[in-house]
Write a protein that binds this ligand. Structure first.
Ligand code: F6P
Length: 547
């Protein structure tokens, strides 16, 4: 057994978890009607209700004891102080410095990083203002009307999700597009719609070595030059966001048009850096800074609130409770409304690349469940697709429901219906519907006894599915910033309990390396013995149809 699973706090939670598995949420509300007030908080403009989680005061006390034993708050302080808590890469973890609006010094290797952070923010402002005001023009003197972000993973998902979420804050006259996948149709179909003289490409890659991004960027460059016929025109149409000065210059982008960031910003935590340039182009730099403000407010709460009122700490502990003690294998993220429709995909990377680990900080294989599979999709669409399994499947599936109360698009009854549906789902998942109620309802509908006996078991809902609900008044940059920061810190807390490095991602390397080995074999007859038999058979099939 590992030190963690042997610890008294962990053992008590295992025992408590066994007891809680048979406790129904509706009974918890009967026993403690004030749960809705006790287990809810307002922080940084978000109202978060976690009263429908399968927890009691004892659960939270035991989890807090575990957090204290694991030194979670000391690790938090180490992160905010710039200590190198990403030990496998020997790096600090300082996305919080990027939104440190109070500007207090944060040191890495004895150097205050804030002047550099502010300098890049200043350059982003100058650049975005010049595009918006028509001072930055294309090679033929035309205004920029389309921005294409070429990046993948953390250099794509964050800006793409935030631009969608804040579409109502988009400035007129500028469209933003995203190309991530190496699948040829992605860039090919977009380029068909664009005018090269009015298009600005943002090549976003922390390393500037990512195969997909560089290949797509070279395609864009060739497409642009086919039209412009002049290499010197490139500097008006290609800018870069990266930590790799040399590779940006080698690509042919003027490094005066490069926006830097630092190795202490993880890709999946980088939307607050210059990786957020498409957001700033889309909603303006004032809007981008409001996003930073929202995240900073959550950071300050996480940094200062006492443990028993510290929302990211509590929610991170609940995530550990669900995964490691109640046996939940997934977390479903269910934003109500299409604007946050990309949040599940964003959180998939944030959470799964961070906490999808099975070796602890001491290099030992863990003997407990770590990060859950994160998935989900926008409501109400999901209700007509995968919710059946949430309600009547065999698995425990914790869910997060998320909605803005007011809409930027008031039209008819839609917003009221959206919220009614969301609340109905959280209630139904919690309460379920027992056999007696089903039979009574069927009888009242005049259904005959034989049909009732045959069909009623299928209409029973066991309920007791845990959920949290996050509400905010309106989809503002501040609310979106606070929401993302809340998840980032939850992920941190869970990773600190699980004693893993939440900030490396070695698990993505093997596939990249094998893709490099396989690329020369695509479209050719495989040489026997070069790969495993299944891969060779698949290569043969590809070869047969390759033209
Ligand atoms: O392959 C995974 C990964 O390294 C992510 O962590 C990162 O967000 C993404 O690739 C993109 O990397 P880059 O910004 O260096 O192109």
């Amino acid at each position: 057994m590992s030190r963690l699973t042997r610890s008294p706090a962990w053992q008590k939670l295992v025992h408590h978890g066994e007891q809680m598995k048979s406790v129904h949420l509706s009974d918890l509300f009967t026993q403690h009607p004030e749960r809705a007030q006790t287990y809810a908080q307002q922080v940084a403009g978000l109202h978060v209700d976690y009263s429908k989680q399968r927890i009691t005061r004892d659960t939270l006390d035991l989890l807090q004891q575990l957090a204290a034993d694991c030194g979670v708050l000391a690790r938090r302080d180490a992160m905010f102080a710039g200590e190198k808590i990403n030990t496998t890469e020997d790096r600090s973890v300082l996305h919080v410095a990027l939104r440190n609006r109070s500007n207090h010094p944060i040191l890495v290797d004895g150097e205050n990083v804030m002047p550099e952070v502010n300098e890049v923010l200043g350059r982003m402002r100058q650049f975005t203002d010049s595009v918006h005001e028509g001072r930055w023009l294309g090679y033929s003197g035309e205004r920029i009307t389309d921005v294409v972000n070429i990046g993948i993973g953390g250099s794509d998902l964050g800006p793409r999700m935030v631009c969608d979420a804040l579409a109502s804050h988009g400035l007129p006259g500028l469209r933003v597009h995203f190309v991530a996948n190496i699948a040829p149709s992605e860039i090919a179909s977009l380029l068909k719609t664009l005018d090269p003289a009015r298009t600005l490409f943002v090549v976003a890659s922390k390393t500037f070595t990512t195969q997909e991004t560089l290949t797509n960027a070279h395609t864009a460059r060739r497409w642009f030059l086919d039209h412009a016929q002049n290499e010197s025109a490139i500097e008006k149409h290609f800018v870069a966001v990266s930590t790799n000065h040399k590779a940006v210059a080698a690509f042919g982008i003027n490094t005066d048009n490069m926006f830097g960031f630092w190795d202490w910003v993880g890709g999946r935590y980088s939307l607050w850096s210059a990786i957020g340039l498409p957001i700033a182009l889309y909603i303006g730099m004032d809007g981008f800074e409001r996003l930073l403000e929202g995240a900073h407010a959550m950071d300050e709460h996480f940094r200062q609130a006492p443990a028993e009122q510290n929302l990211p700490l509590i929610l991170g502990l609940v995530d550990v409770w669900n995964s490691s003690f109640l046996g939940a294998e997934t977390l479903a993220v269910l934003p109500y409304g299409t604007r946050l429709g990309r949040l599940p995909a964003y959180l998939q990377q944030a959470s799964m690349e961070s906490n999808g680990k099975s070796v602890d900080l001491d290099g030992q294989r863990v003997d407990y469940a770590t990060g859950p599979v994160v998935w989900g999709g926008a409501g109400t669409n999901g209700q007509h697709a995968f919710y059946q399994l949430l309600h009547q499947g065999t698995r425990l599936i914790p869910t997060d429901f998320i909605a803005s109360i007011r809409t930027h698009s008031p039209i008819g009854e839609q917003q009221a219906m959206l919220l009614a549906n969301m609340l109905a789902q959280t209630r139904a998942l919690m309460l379920g519907r027992g056999l007696d109620a089903v039979v009574a309802e069927m009888k009242a509908a005049g259904i005959d006894d034989e049909t009732i006996a045959r069909v009623s078991p299928h209409r029973v809902f066991l309920g007791n599915q845990p959920s949290s609900t996050i509400l905010f008044p309106q989809m503002t940059p501040e609310a979106v910033g606070a929401l993302i920061a809340l998840y980032e810190h939850r992920i941190f807390v869970a990773g600190a309990i699980w004693h893993i490095d939440s900030y490396d991602q070695w698990g993505v390397e093997l596939g990249k390396q094998m893709a490099g080995e396989l690329l020369p074999a695509i479209g050719k007859a495989p040489v026997a013995g070069s790969f495993d038999p299944s891969t060779e058979a698949l290569l043969s099939t590809i070869h047969k149809h390759w033209v």
